[in-house]
Design a protein around this ligand. Structure first.
Ligand SMILES: [Zn+2]
Length: 164
């Protein structure tokens, strides 16, 4: 069954007009071609799936236009991270991060904590990281986030970065 045929797409255009209006926390993301709710001083973004006025479906993410990290850059980042086990080793390999985000300022943090508190059967308590080191300038096509946990354990994620 083709799902596309059963979808009622939003026809009211309200999201489009709101996203062009600076007073409303709705933005159109030209990278993913979706509408997003913006919160937490612009740090947090939440993808909108349905129009909250007419209830219709909003555009789905268009993967064909989504940038992917450059293979060579990704291989370099992964190779560095495969031999760095602590924040000190990361900093010695990459230098100081371009940005350091403490857990309490992570966008949406307090929302997930509240959900886990109210609905513990449904939401596992998050494993809080202590800080996030972000390297956004070293590579052109990707950014690297390193999360540090209590006890010094680290985890990393690589995100695509749109090349302007
Ligand atoms: Zn609509």
């Amino acid at each position: 069954m083709n799902d596309e045929h059963n979808k009622q797409w939003c026809q009211c255009h309200l999201m489009e007009v709101l996203s062009d209006h600076p007073a409303y926390p709705i933005e159109y993301c030209s990278r993913t071609r979706t509408f997003e709710l913006i919160y937490g001083n612009g740090l947090g973004r939440h993808r909108l799936y349905y129009c909250f006025d007419c209830g219709g479906n909003l555009p789905e993410e268009d993967y064909s236009t989504r940038p992917v990290p450059d293979e060579r850059e990704q291989a370099e980042a992964e190779s560095i991270m495969s031999s760095a086990l602590t924040v000190a080793e990361v900093v010695s390999a990459l230098g100081p991060p371009d940005e350091e985000i403490p857990w309490s300022e992570g966008p949406g943090t307090e929302i997930y904590e509240e959900l886990a508190k109210r609905y513990p059967d449904q939401y596992a308590p998050g494993r809080n990281w202590l800080r996030c080191l972000r390297y956004s300038k070293r590579w052109r096509s990707l950014l690297l986030d390193i999360l540090e946990y209590e006890g010094g354990e680290i985890e990393y994620s690589i995100w695509e970065q749109s090349v302007e």
